[in-house]
Write a protein that binds this ligand. Structure first.
Ligand SMILES: Cc1ncc(COP(=O)(O)O)c(C=O)c1O
Length: 477
């Protein structure tokens, strides 16, 4: 390697030195690590082979069509899709969710739907659907869930069905609390009304097929019209690969955007992007080839054993409870408010204390629902196969961190709130002691502030914070 190339790569390595570690099970969200170097190797090599290919055009690059076809053929039987189920590979969960909504809206319009369509879903549905409603101009109708467990009462959703609903969405399971929505019951009603029902299995899709005792959640249910499952989550592919399946070739056709009305090449896009990488898809393809359904099953068995051990262990920690009844390899922790204040463990202080000890858990702010009830603040854990190796250490760490913060009241945002003289987001960053371009080491106060502020203000502050991270003029080193 030339000296210059080595220097450039060293510079890149140095930039990643402060990143959360993507290997070894230290980060309990964002990354899905099998702990198997053969999987990483095949993914890396496969992506490299197609590095220069443009996924935009399967006629110029027939390999991209072959890879996509194979991935759809691999996924379809896992989700019990018959020959009528077809689909596309997208760049990720968000794109799959966006396209499911766009497609349903267009089908609804084609069937005579008029005015503004409605998207109906439990409040726990992934935020990608809020983005979809925003981008495609649907009215977002979020149904409150049980504030103690995060569970959806299907009647609360089905009684809101109506002719303006272009799509209902249920999760398998939900990201915040791992609740498996009652999909069969919802589907019976949506099918009666001829309304599309999307199952968001972005996180659960490549785990639940091997999870024991899961009620039916996929294309076995006749009313399910589309389903998303992420290859870059429990498919273990590098980021940039998800599957969106549609029941019916007509529905799949409605997902496409095509135009011959410009002086350039005819544009026929099944997904949101134009030119796109083939690498993540090739990596996903290679991993499915290497593992087969059986290999996935073995990895999920390991993950399930680790998940069960962790759930049992944290349930035994005084002052902590697991939110609801999780299905699949993820769950959330809340303070056990049934115990006295001195015993309770605030989940955000817990996450900060765990982080000081080297594991990264994700803080989730509490949320007021439209019926006035409040979902509690929680801390999220996504378990991956490699967590099995780190489980003893993780359990000891959470237990020890729990002892440190037990009885400590939740972070109080009042001083920052009171000092916030204006809606100027940089004010809030200063008050939190942050310089532009800097992230807080302790997040509990920021999370508490997000909870306490009106959504518009909180969102403004967060945008400002993230914007400053990539601003060449910001004062970060
Ligand atoms: C249930 C669910 N849907 C959608 C998404 C969005 O996926 P992505 O981050 O790949 O865009 C996620 C991500 O965690 C998810 O858990």
């Amino acid at each position: 390697m030339s000296d210059r190339i080595a220097e450039v790569l060293d510079e890149l390595r140095a930039l990643t030195a402060r990143d959360a570690p993507t290997k070894g099970g230290r980060v309990l969200s964002y990354v899905y690590d099998t702990g198997r170097s053969d999987i990483d190797r095949v993914a890396h090599a496969a992506a490299e082979i197609v590095q220069s290919v443009n996924g935009l055009d399967p006629t110029a690059f027939p390999s991209v069509a072959a890879l996509e076809r194979d991935l759809i053929a691999f996924a379809r039987p896992l989700f019990h899709g018959d020959d009528d189920v077809v689909g596309s590979v997208t760049s990720g969960g968000t794109e799959s969710c966006l396209l499911a909504v766009k497609t349903a809206r267009d089908v609804w319009r084609a069937q005579g739907g008029e005015g503004r369509a409605r998207l109906l879903a439990p409040v726990t549905v992934h935020a990608a659907f809020q983005k979809a409603a925003h981008l495609f101009d649907l009215r977002l109708d979020l149904v409150p869930v049980d504030p103690a467990t995060g569970a959806l009462d299907p009647n609360a959703l089905t009684r809101r069905l109506g002719p303006d609903v272009a799509i209902a969405v249920a999760s398998a399971p939900s990201y915040p609390f791992a609740h498996l929505d009652p999909i069969a019951t919802i589907a019976a009603h949506t099918a009666d009304h001829g309304i599309a029902l999307h199952v968001d299995a972005c996180i659960g899709g490549f785990a639940l097929p091997w999870w024991p005792d899961v009620p039916e959640w996929d294309f076995r249910i006749p009313g399910v019209t589309s389903l998303s499952a992420d290859l870059h989550k429990y498919g273990y592919a590098p980021k940039g690969a998800s599957i969106l399946l549609q029941r019916g070739r007509d529905r799949h056709a409605a997902q496409y955007f095509a135009t011959t009305r410009w002086p350039g090449y005819p544009v026929v896009n099944p997904t949101l992007l134009g030119s796109k990488a083939a690498g993540p898809m090739a990596a996903a393809w290679a991993i499915t080839r290497l593992l087969g359904a059986e290999g996935y099953g073995e990895l999920i068995d390991r993950t399930r054993v680790a998940t069960e051990r962790l759930v049992t262990a944290v349930t035994a920690i005084p002052g902590v409870r697991v939110m609801g009844t999780p299905t699949g390899p993820l769950f959330a922790l809340a303070a056990d408010t049934a115990t006295d204040a001195r015993t309770q463990v605030d989940p955000h202080h817990l996450a900060d204390a765990v982080r000081r000890r080297g594991f990264v858990l994700q803080q989730q702010p509490g949320l007021a629902q439209s019926d006035g009830t409040r979902l509690p603040p929680t801390t999220h854990l996504t378990i991956t196969p490699v967590t099995a190796d780190a489980a003893d250490d993780l359990i000891a760490t959470i237990t020890d961190a729990g002892d440190e913060v037990r009885g400590r009241p939740a972070a109080d945002p009042t001083p920052v709130l009171a000092a916030l003289s204006s809606a100027d987001p940089s004010d809030a960053l200063n008050l939190l002691g942050l310089r532009a371009g800097e992230l807080p080491a302790e997040q509990a106060t920021l999370t508490a502030l997000i909870e306490a502020l009106p959504h518009d203000a909180a969102e403004g502050i967060l945008v400002s914070l993230l914007q400053s991270l990539i601003d060449p003029n910001a004062a970060s080193e």
